[in-house]
Each structure stands twice: as C-alpha cells, then as structure tokens.
Design a protein around this ligand. Structure first.
Ligand code: BES
Ligand code: MN
Ligand code: ZN
Length: 510
C-alpha cells in the first residue's frame, strides 16, 4: 500500500498536482532557483511571506499556500515551501528531513498525491541520484504506517498514493529515476523490518518470524535454512534452548545465504537478536512499558530486511544472515538464575540474570556464524537498557574488536542518518564477565552494562573482525519529539537495514 513514485519531465509551472513542493534555505532573503520560478508565477507571494517572517526556511518548516492564479500560469493547486535549514549545514540528512516533513504535511492534508522538486540539486550542488534517493526514501518512510490491525473505519481513508519528481533536464531526470528506484527498494526493506518489529508478540512468534524470512528468501532466490528444537539439540545450541525453555512457542534458528558476490567475493555475516517477546523470564521485568519488549526481535528484523535489500539491489557481496528467535518467559520449565549452560562453541555460561537473555541466544548464533569463517561479522541486538541510558535514542552503540570496521560503520551511519557511537571494551570490562563457577556469566550488573554485554559476546566471535550494534535505543520510538520526521512518532523504526546496506557497500568498495 506504499505510494507509487513517478518522474515527470516538465517545467515546474506546468505540473498539474494538488500540491507542489519547493524549498528555501534559512535566512535566504528571497527565493532562488525553482522556488523563484514559482514565486514569480504567484506574483511574489512567497517573497512577501519571507519578508513578513512567515516563512523562515528553518529545517523541516512547511508552509502551504493555495494557488489563486490562473492555472495556465501555475498548474499546481497548492505550493508547499519546505525549509532546508542553514546553507552551511546542508547535507543529505537535511534533504531527508525536508522531504519527510513535506510528505507528512501532504498526508495530514489528506491529499492523495503530490509533486516535488529534488532538494539539493539546484544551488545545493548535490549528486542527483543521491539526492533523489534521499527525497523518495524519506518520503516513503515518512508515509509508512502500521495499520493492518485497525478495523476499516479507523483506517486512514486517504493515503498518499503517488509521488512525482519533477525535472526538466532529461539527463538529470534519468539520474533521479535511478535514485528513486533504489529508494523504493530501500523503503520496502525498511518497511518489512518495521512491520515485523511493530507486529505484536502473539502474531510475530518465532515460527512466524522464520516463515517470513523464508518467504522473503524464496521470492528472491536466497538460500534459507530453518532449524527447530530438534536441530538445535543435535547441534548443541543449548544457549538458545535454555532461553526458550519457559516458552510454549518453538524456537527457530534461521540462516539466509545471499551469494551476490560469487565465490571470489568476501562474505559478510549479519546476526540478529530475535526475542519475539522479552518478559525477563524468572528475573521478570516490571510491568510498566513491558509491551515494548515485543520489539526485542528488531535485530532479526533488520537482518531479514537487509538480506532482502541486498538481493533486490544485487549487492556484489556474499551475505550470511543469521538469527535466533525465541520468547523469554517465566514458567516452571524456564531457565533459572544460577543455571550453567554450555554454548555451541563449548564455552560455559553462568546465568545470573535470565533477563540478560539476548547475549545468551547470541552466543550460539555468533559462534555458528564465526564457524562459517566469514570475513566480518556484524550483530544487531536490542541488547541493553544501559545503552539507552548511555546514548539516548539518537544513536546505536557500536563496539567490537576491529577499529577499521568500527570506523567504516560510523561513516556508514553518518551517511544514511542511522548514527552509531563507539563505546570501548577495556581489559577490566572483560574481567567483569568472568564467573566463579563457569567460563563467563551473563550479567555483570549495571555499571557499563552495554560494554560488559559486548565483552560477553566477544567470547563467541573467534577473533573474526566483528562489530556489535546495540540498537536498544534506536529500534523504536516512544513519542519523543526530536526524532527524524521519516521515523514513526511511536513504534518500530526499522533501524539497521539502511545502515547495513551502506556499510556493506563501503566494505565491499562499491
Ligand atoms: N531486551 C532487553 C534490553 C532492552 C531494554 C531493550 C530497553 C530495549 C529497551 C534485554 O534483554 C535486557 O533485559 N537487558 C538487561 C540486561 C541486564 C539484566 C544485565 C537490561 O538492560 O536491563
Ligand atoms: Mn531481557
Ligand atoms: Zn531482551
């Protein structure tokens, strides 16, 4: 139900549309470029609004005016002027914020379509393909809504069905089309990850998550293997089984193999945490906000979305996607504080807190990934509340054993607006996870919680180059006011899909 994207090769004043989006830099005294053309057609209305201070050009500001002129002068019914912010701060993220703000306003106005220029390609001097991708991607992501569980009268009756990019120059129009095509695939993959993460725990069970991964794989010619309890027992994946012990839902272990690079190319393993509901288990969580723990499979959702995207854009790398899925619930059969379990790689784990279950299932998943000898491993997990305390909701934590890989991840995050921020793993943090009865313990308490979690995971990557992304703060929003307008105000963000895509491209040198 996502909007169609079209390209119209025409001059701006000719475009027949309910709403045409143009832009303005902050502190601009008068409109320039495309906006100046529209201003002339409106007899200087935009200039007057700027002079009167009603349009400031502040990033994300949207001002809608009705076209009172003859349609032969200006064919659009309305014009929206979106602020691009300060010229000196202008970047692709500003393009995304501007485009998303405009798209949201169109939705609020209940219009079914709109046309827009591609911000940044005039005086902004941006690459046409990248800017077009940013405009379309941010618009589609901003228009996303999870309404499949709403009965018809509650559903939005008018959705934005069509977005038109306007460009007169044919060479540029071609570049726009390429960018728009990529944006569509990106938005679809992020949408899949959001749908899975937003889906309630009773509907998105481990079995369903695995089935959705398989469906995705089958439709794209990606190899997919799904294991249940029997296989996990056979393989000795006791850590996943331990977390699953309190649940009546079967666990799933899913492997996706996308061979986009051929036998010569390097392989990137991406490993996701797939806890479809985290109650904490016997170390039960407080009731308040526990419903958010349906999102505790967002790492797995990112893996599924990224593999889909890799296949759709034909990324020239080999991707090994892995996730372990289970609920974490208390019952008479649950794993308990004090239990010791032996993970897939033979390491023994003392469970001193059953709520630190993410690292427990990741122990088996990472050890399995490492055994496949990939050239790098990235894991994504809504792993610790401590990471949310440390970084808030505007950046994912990034930890690992390879500075170059971490640097690459940071650059990728900055480029796509899914920022990551490094946290160290110090010798003492490694000591913190040592156990008196087993090799390691799963909880080292509150201090440096995001770091000790990573120090635990490090035991399972067999010295492969590895980045751990703690997405606990970034996987969903809770109505906070400063998140980007292309993210939902409340609910799953689909974080990780765009980040992995950009990271994989840079890693593969494409
Ligand atoms: N899924 C949670 C982490 C989490 C918290 C994600 C808040 C998103 C928002 C994880 O399984 C967990 O419970 N971690 C514990 C670890 C502790 C027991 C060492 C935590 O962060 O409190
Ligand atoms: Mn937990
Ligand atoms: Zn969890």
């Amino acid at each position: 139900m996502s909007a169609d994207v079209k390209l119209q090769q025409a001059s701006l004043t000719e475009v027949r549309t309910p709403l045409l989006v143009v832009n303005l830099f902050e502190a601009a005294e008068r409109p320039g470029g495309a906006t100046a053309t529209i201003d002339q057609a409106l007899d200087g209305l935009l200039t007057r609004l700027i002079e009167d201070g009603e349009i400031s050009g502040e990033l994300g500001e949207v001002t809608v005016v009705h076209n009172q002129m003859d349609r032969s002068r200006l064919a659009a019914d309305r014009v929206a002027v979106v602020g691009l912010g300060k010229r000196d701060d202008f970047d692709l993220e500003a393009v995304r914020v501007a485009a998303a703000s405009a798209a949201r306003r169109v939705r609020d106005l209940r219009l079914s379509r709109f046309a827009t220029i591609v911000h940044g390609t005039g005086a902004g001097g941006m690459d046409a393909r990248l800017a077009a991708r940013a405009v379309v991607e941010a618009s589609l992501l901003a228009l996303y809504s999870y309404d499949q569980l709403k009965s018809p009268p509650e559903r939005p009756t008018v959705a934005v069905e069509e977005i038109t990019l306007v460009e007169r120059d044919s060479e540029r129009a071609e570049r726009f089309e390429a960018g728009a095509r990529e944006a569509r695939l990106v938005a679809d993959a992020v949408g899949l990850a959001r749908d899975l993460s937003q889906g309630p725990g009773n509907l998105v069970t481990p079995t369903v998550l695995a089935d959705r991964a398989r469906q995705m794989a089958e439709s794209r010619g990606v190899a997919c293997e799904v294991w249940g309890k029997d296989e996990l027992r056979e393989k000795g994946m006791n850590a996943i089984l331990a977390v699953n012990a309190g649940s009546v839902q079967e666990p799933r272990f899913v492997t996706l193999r996308y061979a986009g690079g051929g036998p010569e190319a390097r392989t990137l393993a991406v490993v996701g945490k797939g806890i479809t509901f985290d109650s904490g288990g016997i170390s039960i969580k407080p009731a308040e906000h526990m419903e958010n723990m349906k999102h505790d499979m967002s790492g797995a959702a990112a893996v599924i979305g990224f593999v889909q995207l890799a296949a759709d854009v034909e990324l020239p790398v080999n991707v090994l996607g892995i996730f372990a899925a289970t609920e974490n619930l208390p019952s008479g059969s649950s794993y308990k504080p004090g239990d010791v379990i032996r993970a897939y790689n033979g390491r023994t784990i003392e469970v001193n807190n059953t709520d630190a279950e993410g690292r427990v299932i990741l122990s088996d998943a990472l050890a399995y990934a490492a055994e496949q000898e990939p050239d790098a491993i990235v894991d994504l997990a809504t792993l610790t509340g401590a990471c949310v305390v440390a970084l808030g909701r505007y950046a994912s934590g990034a930890l690992g054993n390879d500075e170059a890989l971490l640097g690459l991840m940071r650059g990728a995050g900055d480029a796509v607006g899914e920022r990551v921020w490094p946290l160290p793993i110090l010798r003492e943090h490694r000591k913190d996870v040592e156990s008196s009865i087993a090799d390691i313990k799963n909880s080292a308490g509150r201090h440096g919680g995001a770091i000790t979690a990573a120090a635990f995971l490090e035991h399972f990557v067999a010295d492969r180059p590895w980045v751990h992304l703690d997405i606990a703060g970034t996987a969903y929003t809770e109505g906070q006011s400063h998140v980007a307008p292309y993210l939902p105000k409340e609910g799953a963000t689909g974080v990780g899909v765009r980040l992995l895509h950009e990271f994989a491209r840079r890693w593969a040198g494409v």
